[in-house]
Design a protein around this ligand. Structure first.
Ligand SMILES: Cc1cc2nc3c(=O)[nH]c(=O)nc-3n(C[C@H](O)[C@H](O)[C@H](O)COP(=O)(O)OP(=O)(O)OC[C@H]3O[C@@H](n4cnc5c(N)ncnc54)[C@H](O)[C@@H]3O)c2cc1C
Length: 388
């Protein structure tokens, strides 16, 4: 890959996203956060400008760009002080449809998603009793004639109230009846506009971040058989397929956060005077910021490696996981350095640091927790014994 920091196409994307984000300043995001609202105007503007259709192939009305370009879009949103957690679902949920959907499904849905007529922002995998142990999910999809009947429960399912479509993972064959625990799960494209109130109940979860997320209860929800994506029983494989892209995109968001924190911290350290000199003159203040900068830049190198592998069709599993690990850790360290540099003012909402601090903390847990990445590296890269 050309030096990504000296690439005119990439720079043009950065500038385009920055120009859009300039219309949604810190006061906008602060108000949305205070009201626990949804940044509808921002999401609409990003959609209308075509940024959320970046990875949809041109024949379906998108821009046909790669993961590298998509990652810049989300990075810049966070670097400008926004929260791409409000929109990132569409970038990676679309992969499942694109890679495994039938031609009929793709030609029906993708142009509508690209045009902003439909949103595919939600994916329902996590369940309250199984957590990270996904193959034990208990939500079932039972085929009855030309439909599937869904029963079960999901938790932490984001953006359901602002999405038209949702990818759902459910068991179509009982765990006891499959040879491998990863078999027997299937994915469905749920039309939320029809499902909510007709077998699907949505219960919002109040949480630390202004992240719209929910518990879902399925009680004999009927889906047309045509909503199955790909082959029955192969859903877990399909979901895993999209995760490398998801992890790389989240890494880019964390890099955007990290750079935002470092810029804020450096600026404040230059300007704030205590004991008759700028606080940034003290190495005790400089060093944590410098350390965070080094770590964000190192994480960025791994992010570009992941993008390059993914976009050239090479298995990006190792680099995507490591990029997500490094970037989430670096952005959290940058958040701490920024908070500490601001002293008491870091806690004042009008500085936006406490909001971004909460937002970036999420990425050590979701969409995959740090421990699970360490477990992946131990088992798959270092050939250590499997622990679960
Ligand atoms: C705001 C938010 C939004 C989310 N959005 C979505 C969404 O849209 N769709 C969706 O499907 N899910 C979503 N999630 C769920 C998220 O992916 C899970 O929370 C995450 O994968 C961890 O699962 P868990 O919470 O069940 O933790 P658990 O699996 O219960 O794990 C708890 C802790 O134990 C650790 N742990 C567990 N097992 C091991 C082990 N074997 N070795 C070492 N450590 C271990 C984990 O690392 C973790 O730190 C969201 C979560 C949040 C908080």
């Amino acid at each position: 890959m050309m030096n990504p920091n000296n690439n005119s196409e990439f720079n043009a994307i950065r500038e385009g996203v920055q120009a859009l984000c300039a219309e949604f300043d810190a006061a906008y995001w602060r108000k949305v956060d205070e009201e626990k609202g949804f940044p509808e105007a921002f999401v609409k503007a990003l959609t209308d400008a075509g940024w959320l259709a970046a990875m949809i192939p041109t024949e379906y009305g998108g821009s046909g760009l790669g993961l590298a370009e998509a990652s810049i879009i989300l990075e810049e949103v966070n670097r400008c002080g926004g929260n791409s957690g409000t929109v990132h679902g569409q970038m990676y949920n679309m992969f499942t449809l694109l890679r495994h959907g039938s031609e009929e499904q793709k030609s029906f849905y993708l142009p509508k998603i690209a045009a902003g007529e439909l949103r595919l922002q939600s994916m329902a995998v996590t369940e309250p009793t199984t957590g990270t142990d996904t193959t034990k999910i208990k939500t079932t999809a039972v085929k009855q004639g030309d439909k599937y009947v869904i029963n079960g429960q999901k938790v932490w399912i984001s953006r359901v109230q602002h999405s038209d479509l949702m990818i759902l993972l459910a068991r179509t064959t009982a765990l006891a009846e499959v040879k491998r625990k990863s078999e027997g799960m299937s994915i469905f494209l749920v039309d939320l506009r029809e499902a909510i109130g007709n077998g699907l109940t949505v219960q919002p979860i109040a949480n630390m971040v202004n992240h719209e997320t929910n518990e879902l209860f399925f009680d004999n929800l009927e889906l047309p058989a045509s909503s199955l994506i790909g082959e029955e029983g192969k859903g877990f494989k399909y979901i895993l397929d999209g995760l490398n892209a998801e992890r790389t995109l989240i890494a880019a968001e964390c890099i955007g956060d990290g750079r935002w924190f470092i810029e804020k911290a450096s600026q404040y350290a230059r300007e704030r005077e205590v004991f008759g000199r700028p606080i940034g003159q003290n190495q005790g203040v400089q060093f944590p910021i410098a350390e965070a900068h080094i770590e964000v830049e190192a994480a960025d190198l791994m992010r570009w490696r992941a993008c390059e592998e993914y976009d050239s069709g090479i298995n990006a599993g190792a680099s995507a996981n490591m990029a997500k690990y490094l970037a989430a850790k670096a952005s959290w360290e940058a958040a701490n350095a920024c908070m500490q540099t601001h002293g008491g003012f870091g806690f004042a909402c009008e500085y936006d640091i406490e909001r971004k601090f909460r937002e970036t903390r999420l990425y050590q847990v979701a969409p995959i927790s740090t421990n699970l990445i360490l477990s992946y590296v131990s088992e798959h890269l270092l050939d250590l014994p499997r622990s679960f």
